[in-house]
Design a protein around this ligand. Structure first.
Ligand code: SF4
Ligand code: FES
Length: 140
């Protein structure tokens, strides 16, 4: 589920990470390797950059696997993204905006700012992409 976030804290900032929806797009590692380093434990070192630098990189995570809470920022900033839908080659749909996911009973099951939705049909964490599109060699 999208709500299972690990937390990494400094005085100013809490970085939240959900490994179940991370598809290793690596925007975080490329953007700020001194903070996001999968070869280290913990892999997120919140003290190695300013809160603003970290927030800028977190906003680029396409799946919402990385989020933040800052003592200085509006916590609902997540939902203020300009709506955007991107179809990735042979991969998921990246969606940004105030996203509301409704189940077949009409109940809202998720309200997020960024998600990656499976397009290949093979994800074991539907409706989210879990990178299974590589395994099944999805062509689309
Ligand atoms: S940018 Fe997001 S999806 Fe990509 S590796 Fe980092 S946490 Fe995972
Ligand atoms: S598109 Fe990534 S698992 Fe289906």
């Amino acid at each position: 589920m999208a709500s299972e976030y690990l937390k990494y804290k400094s005085e100013e900032l809490t970085v939240k990470y959900n490994p179940k929806i991370c598809i290793h797009a690596a925007e975080c590692v490329k953007g700020l390797p001194k903070v996001f380093n999968p070869k280290k434990k913990p892999w997120v070192e919140v003290g190695n950059a300013s809160a603003d630098e970290i927030i800028e990189v977190i906003k680029k995570c396409p799946t919402g696997a990385l989020k933040y809470e800052s003592i200085n920022k509006n916590k609902n900033e997540e939902l203020n993204y300009v709506p955007d839908i991107k179809v990735t080659k042979n991969g998921p749909l990246f969606i940004k905006g105030n996203i509301s996911l409704i189940n077949s009973d009409g109940e809202e099951v998720l309200n997020e700012g960024r998600i990656a939705l499976c397009r290949c049909g093979a994800s074991e964490n539907k409706p989210f992409c879990d990178n299974s599109h590589y395994k099944v060699k999805f062509n689309g």
